[in-house]
Structures are given as structure tokens and as C-alpha cells.
Design a protein around this ligand. Structure first.
Ligand code: AMP
Ligand code: MN
Ligand code: MN
Ligand code: MN
Length: 283
């Protein structure tokens, strides 16, 4: 069976629709052979995912997607091959959960000012023990018919600078990369084209990311076309970063993104899984 990597996806412990078990089973059905579960700022789904992976025979790579701040902008860093028991990372996720709850309270207060009550109770209920994200607010706004799509929820309320946006001081980029690398993992810049950076900002970001120990970049993600893959591959080559592939799957309801349905990594790019296996062998 050919290897099929999907190194970025979400479960119900953050803003995914499937439980870790359901997610692993679906990945297996879709022909994924190695899956990284990368929930937002939490490792809480990894032990359940590992049990499901053991039952199906799929390889699970323990992961996380950390929200980070650099130059007052938010960037997502995927950690692959992390040790979820590494104490600084564990402590950090606990603090991040508190931070996300406090942020949710502020977002809900802003919505209330716009005469949209009840958001906090709804997102807390939807997130359960997991991380509250803006996706939960988008779902709430949809369910109450304040918007007609998730995108509209971000465009009108939740996106940067919009009515219910709350600016957040996330983990500093350097600190987040340190947590990942010191727990034995590889830090990967997630979905690099989603930040709408100019080429010069992108180069500055990648130089800073390399400088603090970043080693990978998502060259292939769920919705990149071939020109976009070529562009990111150029950045990977220029900055000597390993390439990752990840769908960023959240829900079966999104018909455009499926687990394991990704373009291949361009042949001149060093795959991040080679780096991961070198690190495993060295450990
Ligand atoms: P948060 O980490 O709480 O700020 O939430 C970010 C999450 O919201 C992302 O991981 C996406 O899943 C989702 N998201 C962000 N922007 C959009 C958008 N424009 N449309 C739909 N979902 C979005
Ligand atoms: Mn998300
Ligand atoms: Mn992300
Ligand atoms: Mn993601």
C-alpha cells in the first residue's frame, strides 16, 4: 500500500466535528497511512486517537497547532512528533485553555452589544471540555440565523477588526517553537498563504521562524492549487525547510476538504516525515 500522509487535522477537542476516534477511523477509510492530529492549542485528543490508531493499524503522529504571535500578527505553527507529556507544553495548554475562555467571554460581550445574546453559553456547551474557538462562535451565529455561512460570520463579526473581534496576545513565536522542539518535535509553519503576506513579509517571517528553530513548512494543504504549491515549494527551498502535507480537515460537512486527499509533495522538497524518522532513530 502506498504511504499517504495527512499531517494536519482537528477533532472535537478543538474545532473539529469528529471525535479523535471517528477522525482516525475516517482517515483509515480514506487510505491515510500516517495521520497527525493537530488540535488548536491542545493535546487532549492524542491518547484517544492513539488507541484508535492502534486498533486500525494507522500510524499516529502526535501533534498540535499552536496559535502564535509575531510582529503583532497571528501565525499557526504545527508541532509534529511532539511529546504530549512534556511538562512545559502541558502547562502551556492549560494556560491557553484559560486564555481562550477569557477571550470567549470578551467576544460574547461584544456580540451582546450588537444585540446577539447567549453566545457564551452556546460556545461553552459546544466546546465541552475542549478549546473554545472562533469556529464555535461562527456555528452559533449560523444556528441563530445571524449569518448564512461560516465565512459571513468571520466577515461580519469574528474576523480581524470586525465587530466582535478580540485581539489576543498568543504565545510568542519563539516560545511556541521551543515547546515543540524541546518536546522532541518538528515545528512547521501552517498554511503559509493564508496570512495574506507580501513576499517581503513572508521572507521576514520565514527568516525569523528559521532563526528560532522552525524546520518545516506546509507545502501542500487542503485547498492549494498547483501554482500555490510551486510558490510555497520555492520558499521551502530558499529557506531550507522540510515540506509537510496536511488537509486541515475540520468536518465532513465541508465537501471541499477530505482527509488524505492531497497533492503529492514536489519531488525536490525534503519531506518532513524523513526529518521525523531521523529524529526518532536518533532518540
Ligand atoms: P481561533 O483559533 O479561535 O481564532 O479560531 C480560528 C479558527 O477559525 C481557524 O482554525 C479556522 O478553523 C476558523 N476560521 C478562521 N477564519 C475563518 C474563515 N474566514 N472562515 C471559516 N473559518 C475560519
Ligand atoms: Mn480551526
Ligand atoms: Mn490554522
Ligand atoms: Mn488547522
Amino acid at each position: 500500500m502506498p504511504e499517504n500522509y495527512d499531517l494536519h487535522c482537528h477533532s472535537t477537542v478543538s474545532d473539529g466535528a469528529l471525535s479523535p476516534t471517528e477522525l482516525v477511523r475516517r482517515a483509515h477509510e480514506q487510505g491515510v497511512t500516517s495521520l497527525a492530529l493537530t488540535d488548536h492549542d491542545t493535546v487532549a485528543g492524542l491518547s484517544e486517537a492513539q488507541a484508535a490508531a492502534d486498533a486500525t493499524g494507522i500510524q499516529l503522529i502526535p501533534g498540535i497547532e499552536l496559535s502564535t504571535s509575531w510582529q503583532n500578527k497571528c501565525f499557526h505553527i504545527v508541532g509534529l512528533g511532539i511529546d504530549p507529556a512534556y511538562p512545559p507544553l502541558r502547562d502551556a495548554t492549560r494556560n491557553l485553555q484559560i486564555m481562550r475562555t477569557e477571550r470567549a467571554e470578551k467576544i460574547a460581550a461584544k456580540l451582546e452589544k450588537k444585540r446577539i445574546p447567549g453566545a457564551l453559553e452556546a460556545v461553552k456547551k459546544a466546546a465541552g471540555d475542549g478549546m473554545i474557538t472562533r469556529s464555535h462562535f461562527a456555528d452559533f451565529l449560523l444556528s441563530q440565523f445571524h449569518v448564512s455561512t461560516q465565512q459571513e460570520a468571520f466577515d461580519r463579526y469574528l474576523g480581524s477588526g470586525k465587530a466582535a473581534f478580540v485581539s489576543t496576545a498568543w504565545t510568542e513565536l519563539e516560545l511556541a517553537v521551543n515547546w515543540i522542539t524541546q518536546s522532541g518535535g518538528v515545528a512547521v509553519l501552517a498554511h503559509p498563504l493564508r496570512y495574506n503576506l507580501t513576499a517581503s513579509w513572508m521572507k521576514r517571517l520565514l527568516a525569523a521562524f528559521k532563526e528560532v528553530g522552525g524546520q518545516g513548512i506546509e507545502v501542500v494543504t487542503g485547498r492549494y492549487n498547483s501554482d500555490e504549491i510551486k510558490l510555497v515549494a520555492c520558499y521551502a527551498t530558499h529557506f531550507d525547510l522540510a515540506g509537510s502535507v496536511g488537509s486541515d480537515f475540520h468536518s465532513p460537512a465541508n465537501q471541499w476538504v477530505e482527509l488524505g486527499r492531497l497533492a503529492p509533495l514536489p519531488p525536490n522538497i525534503k519531506p518532513v516525515w524523513e526529518l521525523l524518522s531521523q529524529m526518532r532513530n536518533a532518540a
